[in-house]
Design a protein around this ligand. Structure first.
Ligand code: FES
Length: 162
């Protein structure tokens, strides 16, 4: 199926907007924002059909599109939970208590890092440095950073997730 048949007119218009930011011969340069828009519209993950439709739309090979999706942790190629929480465990966060945050999240969410809870509510992801080391430890949820985390702050955040 073509991308036009797989996304809403609003999303297609945003995709086309991103494409105009690059030379017409370099449409594939827009692959990251385009994949993100498509993923956002499809419950936070990308099927093979979607990945290939994006590749076709941008004039790039399917394998190159699969490489992008498998390389970046922000993309998912399997169904995920309702709430995806990405926790940084890189050096600054680790030195400032990321392990405690991960333990707390795993207990509260009922799942392990890299997995989805049995009730489908939470997916926990481990990510590399997200450039917020100055306020480590941190996590990303719903495209927002939550920094200088403590178990109490994690609890407050989880309370907002219905
Ligand atoms: S090490 Fe965690 S944000 Fe940089």
């Amino acid at each position: 199926m073509k991308l036009k048949q797989l996304v809403s007119p609003e999303t297609l218009s945003q995709i086309d907007h991103w494409i105009t930011k690059y030379p017409t011969t370099q449409k594939q340069s827009a692959v990251l924002p385009v994949m993100m828009l498509v993923q956002d519209e499809h419950h936070g993950w990308l099927t093979n059909e979607l990945i290939e439709a994006v590749a076709d739309y941008l004039g790039m090979s399917h394998i190159a599109a699969y490489e992008v999706v498998s390389f970046y942790t922000m993309f998912e190629s399997q169904p995920i939970g309702k709430h995806k929480i990405s926790v940084c465990t890189n050096i600054s966060c680790q030195l400032n208590g990321a392990e405690k945050i991960v333990d707390h999240l795993e207990k509260r969410c009922g799942t392990k890092l890299g997995e989805t809870s049995a009730d489908g509510k939470f997916t926990l992801r481990e990510v590399e440095c997200m450039g917020a080391c100055i306020r480590a430890p941190m996590l990303e949820y719903n495209k927002q950073y939550y920094e200088s985390l403590t178990p109490e702050k994690v609890d407050e955040l989880l309370e907002t997730m219905k």
